[in-house]
Design a binder for this molecule. Structure first.
Ligand code: TK8
Length: 344
């Protein structure tokens, strides 16, 4: 079961089954038990695809490689778990790229608002040589970055008021919304540009912060809002799609270095297969999760082109500040990859 806590009549998405696991069994190069910490819940595409990753390795090594997956931020948050990979106290984790910009600053390109207009464009960018260069740039940090996958298009939720425009975020006659953001300077700049009061916070602390009214709102893909039960403490959603965030599946370099090259090759291949499945699941969950949230009483505002344009205009200053720091040529390369998919 999906563990959504769905009642019988609510249909879960007709989830694609994971692709069949084929390929020969890898010769015996020893046994490894690998611990993997995730931020999201068991019902999330991140967790389901990580179990598929574990199944591939278990089957292709006849149980000699075991992946134990720990969801719900129980081992820590993105920043903490990456530090645990560096010290070797955790073997794998799967953070948002936004949490990793202190390791590879070019990743901040993905945090620029409204940069990637479609999922096809986002996938093309994540599969580009430039994106592989970003994964390779973790070299020397103690982290082996294996692959990108999809966290997804981020949407605003809050418990104060319906939001249809940046003015609603700023609250001209009342105070600006206090919005939790990831610990990432571009995300802070996005919500400051809209007149909000942004607060960087670890994902694991977010539910109780919203429950206690420490923050009015947050922003995440619909599937995260649903699978982390944010609708229990958030009355309003706005379909802003303001940023597309990737996930990065990563392993401690110490763990990686202990593995035989045949196992390293298998793990790299299994990571890519599970990422492909994760992107497919995440796409299937996206609109379905929004509709589930609406069915559970969240008032969701969909935006028309003019309303989206108002948000894009409000956050334009973020480009003025951050494009030079991230690299104009990197950004224009991303934009040309994105445009090329539009012409496909
Ligand atoms: C989960 C986080 C989460 C991210 C956030 O580990 O912090 O809001 O979007 O999905 O990576």
């Amino acid at each position: 079961t999906l563990g959504f806590g769905l009642t019988a009549q609510a249909q879960s998405p007709d989830l694609s089954d994971p692709p069949a696991i084929d390929g020969e069994v890898i010769a015996d190069h020893g046994s490894h038990t690998i611990r993997m910490g995730l931020g999201l819940a068991e019902s999330s595409p991140q967790y389901i695809s990580s179990q598929y990753f574990a199944d591939i390795l278990e089957q292709r090594t006849e149980g000699r490689i075991t992946i134990n997956v720990f969801p719900n931020s129980q081992l820590g948050d993105d920043v903490q778990m990456m530090e645990m990979l560096q010290t070797g106290t955790l073997d794998m984790t799967y953070p948002s790229s936004s949490a990793a910009t202190t390791y590879v600053s070019e990743l901040a390109a993905f945090d620029l608002p409204f940069l990637l207009p479609t999922r096809e464009a986002a996938i093309a960018v994540m599969q580009s040589d430039m994106a592989q260069d970003m994964l390779d740039a973790f070299e020397g940090s103690g982290i082996k970055a294996l692959t990108f996958s999809e966290n997804g298009y981020r949407q605003l939720s809050n418990s104060a008021r319906p939001v249809e425009s940046p003015d609603d975020v700023a609250g001209l006659d009342v105070r600006g919304l206090s919005v939790r953001t990831m610990e990432n300077p571009v995300h802070l700049a996005i919500w400051e540009a809209m007149g909000a009061n942004p607060t960087p916070m670890a994902f694991g602390e977010l539910f109780s912060a919203m429950e206690q009214g420490v923050v009015d709102g947050q922003e995440n893909p619909w599937s995260t809002i649903l699978t982390s039960n944010f609708h229990e403490v958030q009355d309003y959603g706005t379909e802003t799609r303001h940023v597309y965030t990737p996930f990065i599946m990563m392993m401690s370099q110490r763990t990686w270095d202990r593995l035989d090259p045949a196992y390293q090759e298998l793990i790299q291949q299994a990571a890519r297969q599970s990422a492909q499945y994760e992107i497919q699941l995440s796409a299937e969950y996206d609109d379905w999760s929004r509709d589930q949230l609406e069915a559970r009483g969240m008032q969701i505002t969909r935006l028309d082109d003019d309303q989206i344009a108002a948000f894009q205009e409000a956050v334009q200053p973020v480009y003025e500040t951050w494009a030079p720091r991230i690299g104009e040529e990197l950004i224009s390369e991303i934009q040309s990859i994105a445009e090329a998919t539009a012409n496909d």
